[in-house]
Design a protein around this ligand. Structure first.
Ligand code: MLT
Length: 212
């Protein structure tokens, strides 16, 4: 297995795809996706743009679907949900299909949608992701941060580092970013909440009353 870390979708090589892409948007899309599935959602469908989400979800029975739309950290008007994992309760999610579009996370998913395997990772499911990769042994793995509108996000790279740390040995390092991500995670691993407060999107969410 060869691991590569890319901080943003824009930094991934063009015209190339890995055997397995691991898309990371800790704050908050991939945390929301993991929570929705853990709460009994029957599936999650992610969309880069809101129009396609509406068109595809329209074909689904209203009582069997939930639409989640987020832009700039806020809920999009007319949607059932924004992008808070706290909304993904078993009462709401059980048996429903979640159709979701977010500012960066679903755009990152779209960038690697044609890779042989695509999975999502966040801090809350990082151990499962490590287990999955060790079990499947894909030849090439991209740990892809979603960032914020083309820029770097501290929490995504820290999560990439957490996953890489569980797998890495000398022969699995594909780029220098793997080592940098592991160093970042190692520095913050005992204070992840502090890292979320430090991160620019963490601060954006605080301004939107997103502390919880
Ligand atoms: C995104 O995709 O940029 C996010 O998940 C933003 C958020 O809702 O916090």
């Amino acid at each position: 297995m060869k691991l590569f870390v890319y901080h943003t979708p824009e930094l991934t090589p063009t015209g190339d795809l890995p055997d397995c892409a691991v898309v990371i948007d800790v704050l908050r899309a991939t945390t929301t996706i993991a929570t929705a599935l853990a709460s009994g959602a029957e599936a999650v469908q992610a969309f880069r743009d809101l129009d396609t989400l509406m068109e595809k979800s329209e074909k689904w029975l209203p009582e069997k679907r939930l639409r989640a739309g987020e832009r700039g950290g806020a809920k999009v008007e007319g949607y059932d949900l924004g992008n808070s994992p706290l909304d993904c309760t078993p009462e709401l999610m059980e048996g429903k299909r979640l159709f979701i579009s977010t500012t960066n996370g679903t755009r990152a998913l779209d960038r690697v949608a044609r890779a042989q395997r695509v999975i999502t990772a966040a801090m809350i499911n990082r151990y499962s992701v490590v287990e999955y990769l060790l079990d499947k042994q894909p030849e090439s793995v991209w740990l892809l941060g979603s960032g914020w509108e083309g820029g770097y996000s501290l929490e995504d790279t820290a999560c990439a580092g957490a996953i890489a740390q569980g797998i890495v040995n000398v022969s699995t390092v594909g780029n220098d970013e793997v080592i940098a991500a592991i160093s970042l995670y190692t520095q913050w691993q005992d204070n992840l909440l502090g890292l979320f407060h430090q991160a620019s999107h963490g601060q954006r969410l605080l301004k939107l009353n997103g502390e919880e």
